[in-house]
Each structure stands twice: as structure tokens, then as C-alpha cells.
Ligand binder design. Structure first.
Ligand SMILES: O=P(O)(O)OC[C@H]1O[C@H](O[C@H]2O[C@H](CO)[C@@H](O)[C@H](O)[C@H]2O)[C@H](O)[C@@H](O)[C@@H]1O
Length: 960
């Protein structure tokens, strides 16, 4: 049975090992020690009380281990920061405990014994390899090479040396039998361990929830992803057991990646390069990470491993959905192996503007990878537009609202915002623990207003900006100081120590200025909270603030709106304060309180506005928001995307030149002979005659083309048009020996009617207006021409061509050409012209006139003429072409055929491109000439044989 492969970096499941002889923390490998023999487990830390526990249960808990804020014993926020040693780089030393504590186990709401549970959509998870939640193996990756730009050259040399050593090691291994060395001993301890399948700690909770039904079940899905912890230390037998159980019982196919590759991929390339760039954090000082660093190799290795896994488990008819920025290369890699597969790609994070994306050293490979999909989808229209513009600028391809036109195929681009799973949240909030927390928090803060904020302490979440704005709010509105509390849950990662310090400073300031013996207006929790506390906070909040500087969506906002409906606690309908830079803001209309998080003053005002909002307005706004949350759920997102993919896949398949039949000359001859009135519309360059270089086609055309056209025109039943992008006078010169030929020039801006005088041209465009836009556009093009060696501007009456085929630096030429096209499209959007990349040139032409509009004109003319004479206007139409401009004529002709307006319609694409034509002719221009010649010959033979087979008395009268 066909399945949908949901391919995401992390599976929704992980493994918890339950050995009898779990190692103590002292057994952990030492920093920089590399792979170590011996115990490989981290114990689960002693249970530490969470802050919210402390709120109610007193301060007996070991606060130094839990990094919590005990409101009863009131340590200052500053002391809180001092108590906690920031964790070290995961995998390097195996540290990184305590931020999550045992509460992080409850990131999900699980039915007993069933890991298919609701998870928090935007959970704030520990770094990979931190072993903060379950007993799992340590990373054997050892320290990775530095990715500081200052060490670039050194690392480069080291890596080259390492490659050499690796090759030598492999050679030695091939020569000698496998040893029973330390690695074999160290993995032994895992062989007999018992383990359980648990809901994942890492990964995209929004995606997991969207793929689950109201009862937690999933249909026809196979998950592909990693287990979320280092697996080098597991023996193959354990890996196989885990694989078999996950696949059989949970439809989850684990991908095992070498620890070093995973760490280099995730902690380096994803987290220090892609994530900041996609969220507009562009480092510009020497301490920042290099854009072109060695971690690209790790990124590729992980993407390769994923692609190999997908290809191996794919069966004909399956659908493949690849998710998020970790796996940008996978669509392209899978496409290479499975050219006919149905592949969708969804980007969960924001996609930056082309100006930012182009900073990435591997930008073309990344785009090429994404374009391996049939459908590339984003959360919002804005991100989709950024992607289209990036492709157009960096790859110099034509990007339309529907997608990207590549050399020989089309990739559709769309947007669909992910949503939440209301039914599962509703079930979860019925849990007694949630109810208890609702009551507890309500009692603890009775008489106060609670502003809630739940973020990962990462530069993109705008926590610093939020705290500064809150400080300003307290300063400006003293009447609120004793009546409001901001509960900021913020999980830090070890990467952001600078941010942590700044945030600590602000917290200290707020504490020292506004904290009193009776009231603390800021509760800063530098640890995660469990799922029931999360739901309870969202339920009782008087406002939620999301101040992200950039965020793909942000489903915490959606979960908050849902929790405020009064069915899991008090009916609050509290306001949502939401950054305009989140995807969610794009779908919520104007019912939230919108902020630019950089505008501290505005953000401070938004707190006041939210806290003082009247009940009526609150309910009105909340109803609007809730409508969006309930109508745009995770399920509807998933259904919309799978319908869209199925539709475009069908279209692509129909247009795929390998699935379009070759033109059958025999059938065509039969139709031709049967027809009374035939119309031919044939493209010139690339279809009837080969393409020539930028110097243009030679004005003396091949005699064979002219002879064939004259032969066709020799039959009085035939009406023949040539279509071309060239100027009328050029075409007139080329075809001066074919006097009655109809000509469409400059892609439909001019037309000489069939049978008209040689210089009798119809002009469809307004030439004065055309002159004006050409002058403006030429000025833009000249700017680019001056910067691009050996580029030229070719001027036609109604269009301009910026040619760069002779430019010595083609990389630069592509970039300049792409820039110029975007520049013109942006600057001249009101002029009804567009700039489109064609082969080695940018064509700037009017949007309202095309070969299709000219073809329609021809057909209307024939219809009018023949209606008057009583003859059929046409019962045979043949359209032949080879490139983008001809596709619109194919579509038009196919429509006429489908509507029955013309009995026999034949559309032929010469060459190998994906096309809307119904037939292909792969033999090129000479192939088409032979077909046309055969038609004429067959018809002449018919006429002769008809003549001689008729009685002689008829023969004598036939010309009367
Ligand atoms: O931290 P990562 O493991 O690299 O994953 C990135 C984030 O993925 C999820 O967020 C993304 O998807 C959400 C749902 O589509 C979307 O709302 C958000 O804007 C995206 O960034 C996950 O929820 C986050 O915790 C991860 O950090």
C-alpha cells in the first residue's frame, strides 16, 4: 500500500535505556577525550523542583541544581544566574544537564504506555547530545574543529590532514581482520539493556501534532528521522532491534548518522549558519561564524544519509514530504535517484529575502536541493515570495506566482500556514494536573495580572527586547508596578552566553528597582516547565507576549488562544501581543496587538493596552483569533498540502516529455487529408530552423524551410502562420520568397495577416507608450551592461533583450542578469511589462501581448470570414513550437480542441522540455520539416489517386 514518508530531522519517538548498572556522572568521558571505552549512559538527574513547584510547595528543593526561582525564599534574579554553571558544548564533555530537569519529560501529554501523544508545538528542547531527559548514550564525536572565522585556514589544513589519515585508516582496516578492541568492549554493555520507546524530546512538535488524528492515531504515514541522541555507542544488534520495533509498531524508520556528522550538521551548519541567516541574524564581526566553513561537509553527509534512506524505503506510488531547513538538499538528492517520485518540501522556518540568502556560500546548492521537489511550500506568502525572488535572482530563472520555471521542468511554490491540533489539546487539558495548576497559579497571583512569555533563549526570540520594553512599561506606568507580573519562561542554550549575560543584567535591574518585599513584577524561569504547567499558564494568562525578531509561525500563540476559551479554566479571552515578524501575524489579521519588537516604546504601550483592554473588545478580538485557530488546524494544513502536491504532480507528469507521446505522422496525415480548412501556426527559431547565436539568425534562411512553407501554401486549404520574437522587418526579409505567409512578430506585438501585402503589418501595442517604457528600462539595463563585460542590449520595437552569452564570467553574468530582471520587475510593475530570463538573456516585453493573443486574433478573424461564407473556419489546427513563449499557444490550442471548437488539434513540442503540448518531436527542426513535407506529399498523392480513380466524365468536370 502506498504511504506518505514524512521526513524530518527527528522522529517523534526516542529511546530510554533502563540498564541495571547505569554509570555515574563520574564515568562520563573527559572533555576532548574523544571516544571512550566504558560506561556510556548519563543518569537522569535527581528530581529538582520546578519554579512553579516552589511557588506552592516551599523552598526545600535543591535550588542550586535546578536553576529555579523560589519565590518564597526570594533569591534575586541575579543570584539565580550565578547559581547555574552554563553547560558545555554538547558532545564535547557530555555536560548540559539541569536546564530541563525531569519536568522536560512532560513536554508531552501521554496516554499511559502510549508515546503517540500530543506534544508541545514549540517546545524548547535541550541541545542534541545533552542527555538531559532520558538515559541515552554519550556522543563519541569528540571535539569538532572550530568554526570561528579566525581559525578558518588552520581548520582547513587540519581537515585535509584528517582526510588523509582517515583514508590510511580505512586501508589498514581492509588489510587486517576486525579487532576485539576497545570499541567492541564499550558497546557490549548496550547489548543486553532493556529500553522503551518514548515521545521524542527533540523535533518539531507542530509537525507531530498535525500528523495525528484526534485520537492520536496516524494514517498511512511512515516517519523517517533520527532518534535524537548519539548512536555511535550502540551495537548494530541494538540499532536493528530499535529499527524493527519502531518500524513495525510506530511506522517510524530511524536513520542512524555518525555522531560526528550529526553534530557537525546540527550544532554547526544548522545552528550557527542556516538558523541565524534564515532569521536575519547576520554576523558581521570577526568573532562570528564563517559562512563558508567545514560544516557544509557534515550537512551534506546527513542529507545524503536521509536521501539514501528515503530511496531505499520508497515504493512506486508513495508520496515523500521532506521537512525544514535541516534537510534542504534531500529533495534534489532523492530526485536524482527517483526521477518520477512525488516529492513535497515544507519549510517550517522563515525564509529570508534574497539579499540575506545570498550571503550563504552554498546558496546555489541549497536552492538546487529544494528545487528537486515538485512542490516547495512555506508558512506564508511572504516567505514564498522571498524564495521565488531568490531563485530568480541567484539562479536567473523565471519565477511566476505559481513557481519556478527551470530549463526543462516546473517547480510549484505555494504557502500554507501550519496550525495546532485542538482536539488533542482539549483532551490534554482535562488532565487533573492541568486543573490543579490552573487553580494554584490563579490563587498565587490573585488580584494581579499575569503576562506570560515562553521562549527559547535564542537571539531570534526577542527576549532581550521584551524585557527592556517591560522595564520601560514599569517605569512609565507606576500604577501597574504592584499589580502586574511578567512570567518569562526562557530556556537557554549554551551557545548564547552573551545573550544570557545581557538578559541577566536587565533582570537584575528590574529586580533591584521594582521588586518589593510584597511583590516581584518579573518571574524569570531559566528552565523549561512541564506540559501541564504550560497549558495552565496559557489558560490563566491575562496576556501572552511573543516578541520574536523572526519566526516561521509560532504555534504557542495558537495554543494560547485555544486555551483561553473557558473550557479548561476561566473564560478569559485575553489579548495576544504578537510580533509582526512572526508567520502567525500574517494569518491573524488585525485581532492581535501587533508589535515591532525593536520598538521598545511601542511594545511597552502594548502591555498597557492589553492589560487595560475592555471585556467587549477582548472578546471581539479573541473570537476573530479563535476562528483562525479553529479553521487553520494542523490537519487542514496537512490536507491542503497533500492535495496541492497531488495536483501539481499530476500536471508535471502530464507535461513530462518522457510521458508525452511522440507525434504520429501516420495519424496526422489521416487528419490532414480529411480536413477541409487547415491552420498551421509554427514557431520559427528552434522549431523550423535551428537557434542561432546572439548575432542573430542569418538573413538568408535555409532553402528547405522556405520550400516546405511554399509547398504547404500551395494547397488552397491551408492557412500558414510563422511566429517569432524577431522584428517584423527581419522576418519580412527572411520570408520574402514566401509572399502569402502570415507572420506573428515580436512574440505577438505585430502581425501580418495570411495573404496580406508584404508590408501590411498590424500593430497591437501603443508605440508611444512603448517608446517611453523602453527608454526607462534601457537606462536600467545600461547600468548592468556597464558592469558586465561583453554583455549587449538588443533593441526591438516592443521589447528589449539583455544578452550575456558572450560574457567571460558566466557566474557574474547570471547574477547581474538576475538582478537586472528583478530590478525591472520591481521598478516597472505598473507599466504592464515584465522581465523574464530566457536562454542567456533577459527579455523585457509587454505582459498583455503574447503569441497566444496573436493566435486568438487569427482564429477570430477566420471565424468571422468563414461564418459569412458558410464554410467551416478550421477543422484542423497544428501548432508547433519549442520554448517558453510557445507554451501559451499550446494551451490555447488544446483548449479549443477540448471545447470542440476545432475538430482536430495537434500541438507539437520540438525537443525535450516539459511541455503542455500533446505531442513531442525529438528529432529537432529537420524532423518537423520532414513531417510537413509528408503532409503535403500525402495530400498530393490523394488528390492524384482520387482523380484517377474517378470516372472519366467526373475528371473532365473537376476544374469547372
Ligand atoms: O531547533 P531545531 O531542532 O533546529 O528546529 C527548529 C525549530 O523547529 C520548530 O519550529 C519551526 O516549526 C514551527 C512549526 O511549523 C514554526 O512555528 C516555527 O516558527 C519554526 O521555527 C520547533 O517548534 C522549534 O522548537 C525548533 O526550534
Amino acid at each position: 500500500m502506498a504511504t506518505t514518508h514524512v521526513v524530518s530531522l527527528f522522529l517523534p519517538y526516542t529511546i530510554n535505556f533502563h540498564g541495571q548498572d547505569l554509570p555515574s556522572p563520574e564515568d562520563r568521558p573527559l572533555p576532548d577525550a574523544g571516544p571512550q571505552p566504558g560506561p556510556q549512559f548519563r543518569p537522569v538527574p535527581n528530581r529538582a523542583a520546578s519554579t512553579l513547584d516552589l511557588i506552592t510547595k516551599g523552598s526545600n528543593a535543591d535550588i542550586s541544581r535546578s536553576s529555579t526561582l523560589d519565590l518564597n525564599s526570594k533569591p534575586s534574579t541575579a543570584s539565580l544566574f550565578r547559581q547555574v554553571t552554563p553547560p558545555q558544548t554538547p558532545g564535547a564533555a557530555g555536560e548540559g544537564l539541569n536546564h530541563f530537569g525531569p519536568e522536560a519529560r512532560k513536554r508531552h501529554f501521554a496516554r499511559p504506555g502510549d508515546p503517540r501523544s500530543l506534544v508541545r508545538s514549540e517546545a524548547h528542547v535541550p541541545e542534541w547530545g545533552a542527555q538531559a531527559v532520558f538515559n541515552q548514550p554519550m556522543s563519541r564525536a569528540g571535539p569538532l574543529p572550530s568554526n570561528s572565522i579566525l581559525d578558518f585556514a588552520k581548520v582547513h589544513d587540519e581537515l585535509s590532514q584528517e582526510k588523509l589519515n582517515e583514508a590510511r585508516r580505512k586501508q589498514r582496516k581492509r588489510r587486517s581482520p576486525p579487532s576485539q578492541g576497545s570499541r567492541a568492549q564499550s558497546v557490549e554493555r548496550f547489548a543486553g539493556q532493556s529500553w522503551t520507546v518514548e515521545p521524542a524530546v527533540q523535533g518539531n512538535g507542530g509537525l507531530t501534532n498535525a500528523c495525528r488524528n484526534a485520537d492520536g492515531s496516524e494514517e498511512d504515514i511512515t516517519w523517517t528521522g533520527t532518534l535524537g541522541f548519539p548512536t555511535d555507542a550502540l551495537p548494530d544488534s541494538v540499532k536493528e532491534d530499535i529499527h524493527d520495533r519502531l518500524l513495525n509498531e510506530y511506522q517510524a524508520d530511524p536513520v542512524y548518522i555518525a555522531d560526528k556528522d550529526f553534530q557537525g550538521h546540527y550544532s554547526l551548519f544548522c545552528k550557527t549558519i542556516l538558523w541565524p541567516v534564515f532569521h536575519y541574524q547576520i554576523p558581521d564581526h570577526p568573532k562570528s561564524k564563517a559562512y563558508a566553513d567545514h560544516s557544509w561537509g557534515f550537512y551534506k553527509a546527513v542529507n545524503d544519509a536521509f536521501a539514501a534512506k528515503v530511496v531505499a524505503s520508497y515504493k512506486k506510488g508513495d508520496v515523500i514530504w521532506i521537512h525544514d531547513y535541516h534537510l534542504l538538499l534531500v529533495p534534489g538528492l532523492v530526485r536524482q535517484k527517483l526521477p518520477d517520485a512525488q516529492i513535497g518540501f515544507f519549510m517550517h522556518t522563515a525564509f529570508p529575502s534574497s539579499e540575506v540568502f545570498r550571503c550563504l556560500a552554498n546558496r546555489k546548492e541549497l536552492l538546487g536541493g529544494m528545487l528537486g521537489a515538485n512542490l516547495v511550500a512555506f508558512q506564508t506568502d511572504e516567505y514564498a515570495q522571498h524564495f521565488l525572488q531568490t531563485c530568480s535572482r541567484l539562479l536567473t530563472v523565471e519565477a511566476t506566482v505559481q513557481g519556478v520555471q527551470l530549463e526543462d521542468h516546473f517547480v510549484n511554490v505555494t504557502h500554507a500556514a501550519i496550525g495546532i491540533n485542538p482536539a488533542l489539546i482539549h483532551e490534554a487539558r482535562q488532565d487533573a494536573e492541568v486543573q490543579e495548576w490552573v487553580q494554584t497559579i490563579g490563587e498565587r497571583y490573585e488580584g494581579k495580572k499575569i503576562i506570560v512569555a515562553i521562549d527559547k533563549l535564542d537571539n531570534v526570540r526577542g527576549v532581550r527586547q521584551k524585557l527592556l520594553a517591560y522595564e520601560l512599561f514599569l517605569n512609565k506606568y507606576p500604577e501597574w508596578r504592584e499589580r502586574v507580573v511578567l512570567i518569562q519562561v526562557a530556556i537557554s542554550t549554551n551557545e548564547h552566553t552573551e545573550l544570557l549575560t545581557t538578559v541577566a543584567d536587565i533582570c537584575t535591574r528590574i529586580d533591584s528597582v521594582y521588586c518589593t518585599l510584597a511583590h516581584q513584577p518579573l518571574v524569570f524561569l531559566k528552565q523549561d516547565i512541564d506540559f501541564s504547567q504550560y497549558l495552565a499558564l496559557l489558560t490563566v494568562a491575562d496576556a501572552l507576549v511573543i516578541s520574536s525578531l523572526r519566526d516561521g509561525m509560532n504555534l504557542t500563540a495558537h495554543e494560547y488562544i485555544f486555551c483561553q476559551d473557558g473550557k479548561g479554566g476561566p473564560k478569559k479571552h485575553s489579548p495576544l501581543i504578537l510580533s509582526e515578524f512572526t508567520g502567525s501575524a500574517a494569518i491573524f489579521g488585525d485581532n492581535h496587538v501587533s508589535i515591532n519588537p525593536w520598538n521598545y516604546k511601542q511594545q511597552a504601550e502594548s502591555f498597557k493596552k492589553a492589560l487595560e483592554m475592555g471585556d467587549e473588545e477582548k472578546s471581539k478580538r479573541w473570537n476573530g483569533l479563535n476562528d483562525v485557530v479553529l479553521s487553520r488546524t494542523g490537519k487542514s494544513w496537512k490536507d491542503t498540502l497533500s492535495d496541492a502536491l497531488a495536483k501539481v504532480y499530476k500536471e508535471h507528469h502530464l507535461r513530462d516529455s518522457t510521458s508525452i507521446p511522440r507525434l504520429s505522422t501516420t495519424q496526422l496525415v489521416q487528419k490532414y487529408k480529411a480536413a477541409q480548412r487547415r491552420v498551421f501556426i509554427i514557431d520559427y527559431e528552434g522549431t523550423l530552423a535551428p537557434h542561432k547565436t546572439s548575432t542573430g539568425i542569418p538573413l538568408s534562411s535555409p532553402q528547405r524551410v522556405l520550400d516546405t512553407l511554399n509547398e504547404l501554401l500551395g494547397d488552397g486549404k491551408n492557412v500558414v502562420y510563422i511566429m517569432s520574437g524577431r522584428k517584423p522587418e527581419e522576418l519580412e526579409t527572411i520570408f520574402h520568397t514566401v509572399p502569402t505567409l502570415g507572420i506573428i512578430a515580436e512574440n505577438g506585438c505585430f502581425m501580418r495577416e495570411f495573404g496580406a501585402q508584404s508590408n501590411d503589418w498590424q500593430v497591437f501595442v501603443n508605440l508611444d507608450k512603448t517608446k517611453r517604457w523602453k527608454r526607462d528600462v534601457k537606462a536600467i539595463l545600461q547600468y548592468y551592461q556597464e558592469r558586465l563585460e561583453d554583455s549587449t542590449i538588443e533593441e526591438r520595437h516592443c521589447s528589449l533583450l539583455f544578452r550575456y552569452d558572450k560574457a567571460p564570467d558566466q557566474e557574474m553574468a547570471h547574477r547581474q542578469a538576475g538582478e537586472s530582471a528583478n530590478h525591472i520587475n520591481d521598478a516597472c510593475s505598473k507599466l504592464k511589462i515584465h522581465a523574464v530570463p530566457i536562454s542567456k538573456a533577459i527579455l523585457i516585453e509587454p505582459v498583455n501581448f503574447s503569441k497566444r493573443s496573436a493566435a486568438t486574433h487569427i482564429f477570430d478573424g477566420l471565424r468571422n470570414k468563414n461564418t459569412a461564407s458558410g464554410l467551416p473556419h478550421a477543422d484542423f489546427l497544428m501548432v508547433a513550437g519549442d520554448d517558453r513563449e510557445d507554451e501559451v499557444v499550446f494551451r490555447w490550442a488544446n483548449e479549443l480542441g477540448a471545447e470542440g471548437q476545432i475538430q482536430d488539434v495537434t500541438t507539437v513540442s520540438v525537443g525535450h522540455r516539459n511541455t503542455e503540448a500533446q505531442n513531442t518531436l525529438t528529432q529537432g527542426t529537420t524532423g518537423l520539416l520532414s513531417v510537413l513535407h509528408k503532409l503535403v506529399k500525402a495530400s498530393a498523392e490523394t488528390t492524384a489517386s482520387d482523380y484517377f480513380s474517378r470516372p472519366s466524365r467526373d475528371r473532365n468536370t473537376s476544374h469547372n
